[in-house]
Design a protein around this ligand. Structure first.
Ligand code: NDP
Length: 255
């Protein structure tokens, strides 16, 4: 039997975390490093990336990368392979939010959301799969949402993107399971970050509703998602693929 310390360890792994310098992505980065991984953090803004890399010299590497330029994914991964090594973990965490009445969402605004969450993430998944094959396997993790599971008002494009994500996870899991590539998702409940703060702003009724139907009675912290990510990416979860783990204080089973 594997030792406990080995089962939950990511020692020796290199992970790529999109949006890894802020909010949930930063907490995932912190937890992965704590579990022994080295991490490439990739996003558009330099400062949060550099700040994260500086917190972990020699363990976290900052790369500017825009997921809405999917044609750049293969070149980006070759560059990582040459400069840092082959990542065997990809966390598709980068995301944007759009809160607006559905009838007011233009086609252009709508497109931007799945372009980031789905098309951008897919380009990285597609580009990393040959590297995972070369490495003998690996793991891809998508950060989904309660909007993957519920009908939440005013977030039509976000719901479309996050619901589609679960289909992507199931498809990739069956397509690549035979090559020792696992693909899973985490659906965070309401987690305190800049994005959720903006989504709740001026909407105390929404906040009350969230808390009243969360059995654990509070918002989650980004760290809660970080530890769930470590679990799903670690050898302890080696028989888990195609699943979506709700880390939500019970809201998805609450009444
Ligand atoms: P943040 O706004 O802090 O994080 C979003 C991250 O994505 C930022 O680091 C941002 O960096 C990056 N990003 C956005 N667009 C792009 C792009 N085009 N290319 C590269 N990186 C990009 O919010 P959260 O931490 O809350 O969100 C992280 C993920 O968790 C998202 O997928 C979100 O949908 C999901 N989520 C959040 C929940 C919450 O309650 N907070 C609940 C459920 C899901 P930059 O702007 O520098 O590019």
């Amino acid at each position: 039997m594997m030792k406990h310390s080995e089962a939950f360890s990511l020692n020796g792994s290199l992970a790529l975390v999109t949006g890894g310098g802020t909010g949930i992505g930063r907490a995932i980065t912190d937890a992965l490093v704590e579990a022994g991984a080295r991490v490439v953090v990739a996003a558009r803004r330099k400062e949060p990336l550099l700040e994260t890399a500086q917190a972990y010299p020699g363990k976290v590497f900052a790369y500017e990368y825009d997921v809405t330029k999917p044609e750049e994914a293969p070149r980006f991964l070759s560059r990582l392979e040459q400069e840092v090594g082959i990542p065997t973990i990809l966390v598709n965490n980068a995301g944007i939010h759009l809160k607006k009445k559905a009838e007011e969402v233009s086609a252009e605004e709508f497109r931007r959301v799945p372009d980031t969450h789905i098309v951008g993430a897919h380009a990285l998944s597609a580009a990393i799969i040959p590297l995972l094959r070369k490495a003998g396997g690996g793991s891809i993790l998508y950060i989904a949402s309660m909007a993957s599971l519920f009908g939440i008002p005013y977030v039509v494009a976000y719901s479309a993107a996050k619901s589609a994500m679960l289909g992507v996870v199931r498809t990739l899991a069956v397509e690549y399971g035979g090559e020792n590539i696992r693909v899973n998702a985490i659906a965070p409940g309401w987690i305190e970050t800049e994005m959720s703060r903006k989504a709740m702003e001026g909407d105390p009724e929404r906040k009350r509703k969230v808390l009243s139907r969360t059995p654990l009675g509070r918002f989650g912290s980004p760290e809660d998602i970080g530890w769930a990510a470590v679990y799903l990416l670690s050898p302890a979860a080696r028989f888990i693929t195609g699943t979506c783990l709700a880390v939500d204080g019970g809201i998805s089973i609450g009444f």
